[in-house]
Design a binder for this molecule. Structure first.
Ligand code: ATP
Length: 324
């Protein structure tokens, strides 16, 4: 291994820059060259490369987004697209790459490795925390902090007006963000895709809350929740069944993907970036670097792609107890 490429692919997440920095500086430390690949796999196909040294990644550890830009590339899903990418990498002398992204990006890396025997390592970068083989994905902790900050503010207005707020948070088909931020922000109810709560139980629970003296309520709803068709229909249903409540909806949206990474995400990014380079230099390929019980571990990419990240059901119980 003499020249390692690094790219960010799929949705961006806070901490990607800190991971790029770690990869670039680990390469310098171990005396191998490093090349930044812009715009994910699309930049690989178009040969959008830049040699990177330690000074090229100064002042980015604290920045959200990704200096390398990210993209979704339809061309990389085709054999012709991947052939172009391979030819460009070879022409530039790049002999391996580290891809920071989600399971789609890992699938692309796996297929590319199968076709060309090209060494690849994945770093899990997504706020959703929905990747098997790591307790935390890059950006997840920052997103949680962003969400609780927003809900704290919403609570101020909910309290002042005796309102019920439905706050929709991201997470795709996983309820990690909703469950953890919901507990952290003191939500009365948390609706996640992994648990079918049922509308009747929701109404019953909200009536109980009101009966116990609560004058306002926050319900955190994961975007993938299946209880109502969407959060606005949920609002309509509650208004019909609980006319005493003034119901509002807040969809937090893309603000959750941005912002300066938390200290946790910066440290995690640094550890994952270093380990990714070390793994390639050890002659290994097709692994995802991840965090498990505070140790950096390797999970075969195939398992990371196919495995299901699971919700800690203990947390559901904790949420029920502390919101009573
Ligand atoms: P996010 O969690 O934000 O969705 P992701 O990495 O899962 O991140 P995707 O859009 O699914 O995001 O994948 C990123 C890119 O990986 C795609 O645009 C495509 O270029 C490549 N990719 C995904 N699946 C495949 C595949 N089956 N074959 C080849 N390339 C793929």
């Amino acid at each position: 291994i003499k020249k390692i490429g690094v790219l960010t692919s799929g949705g961006d997440s806070p901490g990607m820059n800190a991971a790029i920095r770690a990869v670039v500086r680990a390469c310098a430390y171990y005396n191998v060259e490093c090349v930044g690949i812009y715009r994910g796999y699309q930049g690989m196909i178009e040969g959008d490369f830049k040699e990177m040294g330690p000074r090229d990644v100064k002042n980015i550890i604290n920045k959200g987004g990704t200096i390398l830009k990210s993209a979704r590339s339809a061309d990389f899903r085709t054999a012709e697209g991947r052939k172009k990418a391979y030819d460009n990498l070879v022409a530039a002398g790049i002999d391996s790459f580290v891809v920071i992204g989600g399971d789609g990006s890992f699938t692309g890396a796996e297929i590319f490795n199968e076709e060309y025997g090209f060494p690849v390592i994945g770093i899990p970068g997504t706020i959703d925390n929905d990747i098997y083989g790591t307790s935390h994905t890059l950006g997840y902790d920052t997103a949680l902090n962003t969400v609780i900050d927003a809900i704290d503010k919403i609570r101020d207005t909910a309290n002042s007006h005796n309102r019920l707020f439905f706050v929709e948070v991201m997470g795709r088909d996983a309820g990690h963000i909703a469950l953890n931020a919901g507990i952290g922000a003191g939500a009365e109810e948390i609706l996640i895709p992994e648990e079918d709560f049922g509308l009747d139980r929701l109404v019953e629970s909200l009536k109980r809350s009101k009966g116990s003296g609560k004058t306002s309520s926050i319900v955190v709803v994961s975007e993938g929740d299946k209880i109502g068709k969407n959060v606005f229909e949920l609002k309509d249903y509650i208004e019909e069944n609980m006319p005493e409540y003034d119901v509002r909806v807040s969809v937090l949206g893309h603000m959750q993907r941005g912002g300066s990474p938390s200290c946790f995400d910066r440290v995690l990014a640094s550890r994952l970036g270093v380990k990714a380079v070390e793994t390639l230099l050890d002659g290994k390929s097709n692994y995802m670097v991840g965090l498990n019980q505070d140790k950096i571990t390797l999970t075969p990419l195939e398992q990371a792609i196919k495995g299901q990240s699971e919700i800690d059901m203990e947390l559901v119980k904790v949420s029920d107890i502390v919101s009573s």
